[in-house]
Ligand binder design. Structure first.
Ligand SMILES: NC(=O)C1=CN([C@@H]2O[C@H](COP(=O)(O)OP(=O)(O)OC[C@H]3O[C@@H](n4cnc5c(N)ncnc54)[C@H](O)[C@@H]3O)[C@@H](O)[C@H]2O)C=CC1
Ligand SMILES: C[N+](C)(C)CC(=O)CC(=O)[O-]
Length: 321
């Protein structure tokens, strides 16, 4: 089975936070992009988001021919996908909606064009159930901002051909990403399962009045957050075991796993908890606009990516290691 892996035209369906991130990444890689989104005013909102990201993309290095002018916004699903070499859906996270949308997308797409969904954790076996040629359909779960963060989790469903997973990995690599093949189809995949566990505990801490949203964010960004960009939890904890390594670490800190440090089930989202979270994060935003904070975030990410890349090179490692 052959799928298109040398792509010239990228189709994006849904152009909110994530869809616009894919559009920006694809444009920056010198592709033609066709986008569709049913919301009134979606085209203007998309072009504004891409423009806000473009400064960071220029600093990161644009491919020859890359231009925001190569974005075309169309008014039907069929026009969006019919000539596309690769299709990425970033519609709202609702199973019924994605099921219906993918039956339309796949019926209108070229049979050998791969289709990726940005879903954060829905199962591809379920939402590709009524798709035409489901063997070319995968999940390509990105991270926000999609145009800078390299990780994309690639997940196949029960009808997905193994060659399609490999082909999607090839395409995402051609867009400068670091694909991670999630070999078992599980809700939340790998990364969101981890992020959700942290998020639940953070909500409990707010709910119990232990800390504000800002204090919880400080607990991450001045500590573990700094080291997570270059070393994950398992290797970090191996070093925390000293010369005796992971076995000693497990013996010393393993028993704490039995202590009631964590709650795991999510707290009830009461009106008070929602207000506390919204008020807390409003205080964190202060007078900054979302787009100003996006530019600040992008600058920080570029600096971190550059520092990690350079330091790895000094130690004889590639960025993808
Ligand atoms: N926001 C995030 O941090 C992340 C979200 N995702 C996933 O990306 C997908 C999109 O999420 P966001 O961009 O955050 O949502 P969003 O709400 O920012 O954007 C969704 C867009 O879909 C459009 N839309 C509504 N009905 C539609 C339909 N029938 N077909 C196509 N588009 C439709 C909306 O007009 C909107 O522009 C979801 O599956 C989500 O789980 C993945 C990674 C991170
Ligand atoms: C909150 N979220 C589950 C939509 C987050 C993601 O899917 C990934 C990210 O960008 O954090």
């Amino acid at each position: 089975m052959r799928f298109i892996t040398e792509i010239k035209t990228f189709a994006a369906l849904g152009s909110g936070v994530i869809g616009s991130g894919w559009v920006a990444r694809a444009l920056a890689h010198g592709l033609d992009v066709v986008a569709w989104d049913p919301a009134p005013g979606a085209e203007a909102a998309l072009r504004k988001r891409v423009a806000n990201a473009w400064g960071a993309l220029e600093k990161n290095g644009l491919a020859p021919g890359a231009s925001q002018d190569r974005l075309r916004f169309v008014s039907t699903i069929e026009d969006c996908v019919k000539d596309a070499d690769f299709i990425q859906e970033s519609a709202p996270e609702r199973l019924e909606l994605k099921l219906q949308l993918h039956s339309q997308i796949s019926a209108a797409a070229k049979p050998d064009a791969l289709i990726g969904s940005s879903t954060s954790g829905l199962l591809p076996s379920e939402f590709y159930e009524s798709s035409t040629h489901p063997e070319r359909c995968v999940v390509g779960h990105p991270f926000n901002p999609v145009y800078l963060l390299p990780l994309v989790e690639v997940v196949g469903g029960k009808h997905t051909a193994p060659e399609a997973v490999q082909a999607a990995i090839t395409v995402y690599e051609s867009l400068g990403m670091r694909p991670l093949h999630v070999r078992k189809e599980v809700p939340g995949f790998i990364a969101d399962r981890l992020l959700e566990a942290l998020w639940r505990e953070a909500l409990h801490l707010v709910n119990d009045g232990v800390a504000t949203t800002g204090e919880i964010d400080d607990a991450i960004r001045f500590g573990a957050g700094l080291r997570w960009s270059f070393m994950g939890t398992f290797l970090t904890y191996t070093l925390a075991g000293g010369d005796a390594g992971m076995r000693h670490f497990m013996a010393q800190f393993g028993p704490a796993l039995q202590l009631p440090w964590t709650y795991l089930p999510a707290p009830e989202l009461t009106d008070k908890l929602i207000d506390d979270v919204v008020d807390g994060t409003s205080a964190q935003l202060g007078t900054h606009s979302i787009s100003a904070l996006e530019r600040y975030r992008d600058d920080c990410l570029l600096a971190v990516l550059e520092a990690v890349k350079t330091t790895k090179a000094k130690h004889g490692m590639t960025f993808a290691e």
